[in-house]
Design a protein around this ligand. Structure first.
Ligand SMILES: Nc1ncnc2c1ncn2[C@@H]1O[C@H](COP(=O)(O)OP(=O)(O)O)[C@@H](O)[C@H]1O
Ligand SMILES: [Mg+2]
Length: 293
């Protein structure tokens, strides 16, 4: 669990984060979202003590950050950034092994863990292990960045616009891969993004910030159907009910996919894989019921 209690951070006169109180539950993804400059990265970087708050307390596992030994915190909290930050003169497996090396794992154990993680993020270990970062595409480098953050199996993961620097197609693939990994690993994640669809797709809860202030904290469905104020209403946009369809799963697909297929089928009822080996039939009326429920 990560808890912010009345946390304020200033840069000189500028208040970057203002009196923030927020709890991220274990095993959940909290998406921090808001316009550029609203304090997302500042909030994130206080969690691993790259920045210190001016007021208030942040706790991880119930213990105040100021009571942690820095090395202990580094082990508990993995960090993924947009620019990835892979070291150019090190091979992929060595980049993944940065923390294990600090922990003085044997080379053999480091390699085994790197291979396991490459597998997890969808890169063939035999092909990628020995490569240098300059031989990776943006998407591949980002996957290696995620593998590196997971190397010592930290229960917490901080991600600052991790998929922001790649093309939209690759971003979609990476988001899906991350969702799949998270479903298995159940890390406690704080994800910074400025992309509402990404926040909806990946976040169990969404924290919406503006000028350092938290305007709403809730599930995607709550934020979309009950915007707390005018700012949130504007931010989620007039197509918020369409976005809501993205948040509702219908077996292996979302309601939005189902609507798309219904429209493509000219309104004829469609058969969907129900995810349990069987199928189910959906028409517009059934879809509307599902949105209401
Ligand atoms: N090192 C710094 N010195 C002065 N102001 C800063 C510094 N870092 C960030 N800021 C300001 O603090 C505010 C919040 O920044 P940041 O947390 O990076 O926003 P976001 O990640 O949401 O774009 C912005 O107004 C930014 O200009
Ligand atoms: Mg930022």
């Amino acid at each position: 669990m990560i808890e912010f209690e009345e946390v304020t951070k200033r840069y000189g006169e500028k208040v970057a984060v203002s009196n923030l109180t927020l709890t991220v539950e274990n095993g959940s993804v909290c998406a921090l979202i808001g316009p550029s400059g609203c304090g997302k990265s500042t909030t994130l970087r206080m969690i691993n003590r790259l920045l210190e708050p001016d007021e208030g307390t942040i706790r991880v596992d119930g213990k105040a950050l100021r009571d942690y030994d820095p090395a202990e915190l580094r082990l508990r909290v993995g960090y993924v950034i947009q620019s990835v930050g892979l070291l150019p003169h090190m091979r992929v497996w060595q980049n993944i092994s940065l923390v294990p090396r600090l922990l003085k794992w044997t080379r053999r154990r480091q390699m085994a863990r790197a291979e396991e993680l490459l597998e997890l993020v969808g890169l063939d270990p035999g092909e990628y292990r020995e490569k240098f970062p300059r031989h990776l595409s943006g998407g591949e480098a980002q996957r290696v960045g995620v593998a590196r953050a997971l190397a010592a199996d930290p229960p917490y993961l901080l991600m600052d616009e991790p998929f922001g620097a790649v093309d939209p197609l690759t971003r979609g693939v990476l988001q899906e891969a991350f969702r799949d990994i998270q479903r298995r690993l159940k890390k406690t994640v704080v994800l910074v993004t400025h992309d509402l669809d990404e926040a909806i797709y990946l976040g169990d809860r969404i924290a919406l910030l503006k000028e350092g202030e938290l305007h709403q904290f809730g599930s995607a469905a709550e934020v979309l159907t009950h915007p707390a104020d005018e700012f949130v209403r504007e931010f989620v946009g007039s197509d918020r009910m369409l976005r809501l369809l993205n948040t509702i799963d219908l077996g292996p697909i979302t309601l939005r996919d189902a609507l798309n297929r219904l429209l493509a089928a000219d309104g004829e009822a469609i058969e969907l894989d129900a995810g349990n080996g069987g199928t189910r039939t959906i028409d517009f009326a059934a879809l509307r019921e599902l949105v209401r429920s």
